[in-house]
Write a protein that binds this ligand. Structure first.
Ligand code: SF4
Length: 207
């Protein structure tokens, strides 16, 4: 796994559980509001954090932390994600996956192998406007497939949208509420640049 950073403690990223957040490097989208370009653009990547440093930290926090969020970047691009999550599960942690939904095959594998307890999938825009946000061509049938897998998994889940008012309208949000039946659906504020930079500092704290 190429890991770009770790947040050691959060009460807001994994509902109901004190958790750590692991950030993987690399993403297949190029969202215009992305908070973490250093996890997306290869020329901005920092030296990856060694997996053993992550697991050493998680071993020390057994009993105080309850969950680990695997976020990105886009974690499902990494073929060794199931093995990575299996090691986290073996330490007794619940695992949450943050994903853009672009690899349903990987999501299926994680569900089938019982390696994930909670899945949060970003819905960037109504499906016919995806390119305006992600700036890449996206097969939206694949996104629908991921949505169906998640809904049918029996796991805790959420769909969520970052509301970029320069591109999305209130009608778009209504469209997304219909797409999700407004069940387990959340709209979050688009953070200004100053907050984005604060996030990056946290990412690069020494672990
Ligand atoms: S999917 Fe997430 S990490 Fe990737 S570019 Fe979009 S906001 Fe950034």
């Amino acid at each position: 796994m190429k890991i770009g950073g770790l947040i050691k403690f959060t009460l807001i990223d994994f509902p109901g559980r004190p958790a750590a957040v692991v950030f993987t490097q690399g993403c297949n989208f190029r969202c215009r509001y992305c908070h973490n370009p250093e996890l997306v653009y290869p020329h901005l990547f920092t030296e990856p954090v060694a997996e053993e440093e992550i697991f050493s930290f998680l071993q020390r926090r057994q009993g105080s932390l309850e969950g680990v969020v695997v976020s990105g970047g886009e974690p499902t691009l990494h073929d060794d994600l199931p093995a990575f999550m299996a090691r986290i599960k073996a330490l007794g942690y619940a695992v949450k996956l943050d994903t853009n939904g672009s690899r349903p095959d990987m999501i299926q594998e994680l569900i089938d192998k019982k390696l994930v307890d909670y899945i949060a999938m970003d819905l960037k825009a109504p499906l016919d406007k995806y390119r305006e946000i992600t700036e890449v061509d996206t097969n939206t049938d694949i996104l629908r497939k991921s949505m169906d897998l998640i809904r049918q998994s029996g796991l805790a889940y959420e769909f969520r949208t970052t509301y970029d008012k320069e591109v999305l309208t209130e009608a778009d949000i209504e469209n997304l509420k219909q797409l999700t039946d407004n069940i387990h659906y959340r709209v979050q504020e688009c953070l200004p640049v100053a907050k984005e930079k604060a996030t990056l500092k946290v990412l690069h704290k020494e672990i």
